[in-house]
Design a binder for this molecule. Structure first.
Ligand code: HEM
Ligand code: HEM
Length: 176
C-alpha cells in the first residue's frame, strides 16, 4: 500500500476529538472523590469511566484507520526527526490503549456495576478481585502519568515546529 502524504479529514477528526476528550478526562479523574473500601461509583466516577470507554472505542477505530490509511512522515524532516515522530506517535496509541484498558480492568476488579452515561450497563471484564485491583490501580496511574509526559513531548514538538522551525508540520493536522 502506498503511504499518503497528508492526513485526511477522518484522521484529523479522530485526532482532535480524542484531544478534546482527554482534556475533559484528566480533570474528572483528578477531581472525582477519592476511593474508599466498599464505596460504589458516584456521578464523577460514572462519567470518568463513560468518557474513558468512549476514548477507548475511538482509539481502536483510529488505530484501525491509521493501519489501513498510512501517512508518510513529512519528507523535509531530517531522518532522526522522522524516526522520533513515528516513535512518539505509536507510543501515544499504545499509552491511550494501556490507560483505558487498565482503568476498565480496575473498575472490573472492584466488582462494580457501571452504566455508560447512566443509559446502559457496561460489561465488566472480570469478577470482583481486590488483590488484582490494587495492582492494576498502580498500573492505571502509571499509564495515565506516562501518557501525560508523552503528550507533553508531542505538544512541545508541535509548538517547536510552529514557532521555531516555522515549517508546515502543524498544518498537517489542522483543517483544510
Ligand atoms: C485515557 C483515558 C483515561 C485517563 C487519562 C484516565 C485518568 C485518570 C486519572 C487522572 C485518575 C485519578 C488517579 C490519580 O489520582 O492519579 C484516574 C482514576 C481512575 N480511573 Fe481513569 N483514566 C482513563 C480511563 C479510564 C477508564 C476507561 C476507566 C474504566 C473503565 C477508568 C477508571 C478509573 C478508576 C476506577 C479510577 C480510580 C482509581 C483511583 O482513584 O485510585 N479510567 N484515571
Ligand atoms: C494541543 C495538542 C496537540 C497538538 C498541537 C498536536 C499536533 C499534532 C500534529 C501537528 C500532528 C502531525 C505530526 C506529523 O505528521 O508529523 C499530530 C499527530 C498525532 N498526534 Fe497530536 N497533537 C496534540 C495532542 C495530541 C494528543 C493529546 C494525542 C494523544 C492521543 C495526540 C496523538 C497524536 C498521534 C497518535 C498522531 C499521529 C497520527 C498518525 O500518524 O496516525 N496528539 N499531532
Amino acid at each position: 500500500m502506498t503511504d499518503r502524504l497528508q492526513y485526511g479529514t477522518t484522521a484529523k477528526v479522530f485526532h482532535w476529538l480524542i484531544v478534546a476528550l482527554l482534556f475533559v478526562q484528566y480533570p474528572i479523574g483528578w477531581l472525582m472523590p477519592d476511593l474508599h473500601r466498599d464505596m460504589k461509583p458516584g456521578v464523577g466516577m460514572t462519567l470518568h469511566i463513560s468518557f474513558g470507554i468512549v476514548i477507548l472505542a475511538l482509539i481502536v477505530l483510529r488505530l484501525v484507520w491509521r493501519l489501513t490509511h498510512p501517512v508518510a512522515p513529512e519528507s523535509s524532516l531530517p531522518p532522526w526527526q522522522r524516526v522520533a515522530t513515528e516513535g512518539v506517535h505509536w507510543l501515544l496509541y499504545a499509552l491511550v490503549l494501556a490507560t483505558t484498558i487498565t482503568g476498565w480492568l480496575f473498575a472490573s476488579f472492584r466488582g462494580w456495576s457501571i452504566s455508560l452515561f447512566f443509559m446502559m450497563p457496561l460489561p465488566m471484564l472480570s469478577a470482583d478481585n481486590p488483590t488484582a485491583g490494587k495492582t492494576i490501580d498502580g498500573w492505571h496511574q502509571a499509564m495515565e502519568w506516562s501518557l501525560l509526559v508523552v503528550i507533553g513531548i508531542h505538544v512541545a514538538a508541535a509548538l517547536a515546529h510552529l514557532f521555531i522551525y516555522r515549517d508546515r508540520i502543524m498544518q498537517r493536522m489542522l483543517p483544510g
